[in-house]
Write a protein that binds this ligand. Structure first.
Ligand SMILES: C[S@@+](CC[C@H](N)C(=O)[O-])C[C@H]1O[C@@H](n2cnc3c(N)ncnc32)[C@H](O)[C@@H]1O
Length: 224
């Protein structure tokens, strides 16, 4: 399998070892029906589709043509996976409720689309309803505050989901182990300051053209 990603855009895609861990989750559990939010250059999509269980995958992303020159779709096509792939050219917050209405269910859902808190949180809200019993949802970019708070919400409020430990620090996974039994008054606080410092350091490093950003990236390179 070959996934073409323009050299200066690699940072957008998940890392090879993360993609391999997604693939192995799909393989070990022999999952057949997968969904992802956020296609980009198709790194996660190709690795999921390459799993030995030969799963079907639905990807939703409204910016494939506009921002990615359809490279994600071309990678899927060039690797021969197109017959097991469905592309939804829409925002996940609109596409996922539509899938719920159609009563389509998934074994595995990878959330890597809109990384704002409301985007990630609402992706989980719908993913929880789309997952089959024992299905798995995985999040990427756990260093981000938005994802850390989504994680904390699930840990504190969703007893129907159990965390699965992963090797990749920047991803987290939950298995759906029951049904949502909360009553309408249920609410557990979930604000967490964990990851706050890591988030701000990474955020400064992300802005590589500033002095402080360059400094942090040089220190990171030395530590590596
Ligand atoms: C970090 S990239 C995804 C990387 C991809 N999973 C991979 O492994 O290569 C985030 C993607 O989310 C998409 N995106 C942004 N907002 C979205 C939304 N509301 N619904 C679905 N996708 C969205 C972007 O167009 C972008 O392709």
């Amino acid at each position: 399998m070959k996934v073409y990603i323009p050299e200066n855009k690699r940072v957008i895609s998940i890392k090879d070892y993360e993609a391999l861990e997604l693939q192995s989750l799909v393989e070990i559990n022999e999952f057949a029906d997968c969904l992802e939010t956020g296609l980009a250059y198709g790194q996660s999509a190709c690795y999921i589709l390459d799993a030995a269980s030969k799963p079907r995958l639905t990807s939703c992303d409204p910016f494939q043509t506009e921002d990615y020159d359809n490279i994600g779709l071309k990678n899927i096509q060039n690797n021969g996976y197109a017959d097991r792939h469905t592309y939804i050219n829409d925002k996940s917050e609109l596409a996922l409720p539509d899938l719920i209405k159609k009563e389509i269910k998934f074994d595995f859902i990878f959330i890597d689309g809109d990384h704002k808190f409301d985007g990630a949180f609402i992706d989980f809200f719908f993913a929880a309803q789309l997952l089959k019993p024992n299905g798995i949802v995985v999040f990427h970019d756990m260093w981000m505050r938005s994802l850390a708070l989504t994680y904390s919400y699930i840990k504190n409020n969703r007893k129907d989901f159990k965390e699965i430990r992963l090797h990749s620090k920047n991803m987290t996974a939950f298995r759906k182990i029951g049904s949502d039994e909360r009553d309408g008054m249920h609410f557990r606080e979930f604000y967490s300051s964990r990851s706050l410092i890591r988030f701000h350091i990474n955020r400064l490093a992300w802005e590589n053209d500033t002095y402080i950003g360059k400094l942090i990236n040089s220190i990171k390179a030395i530590l590596r």
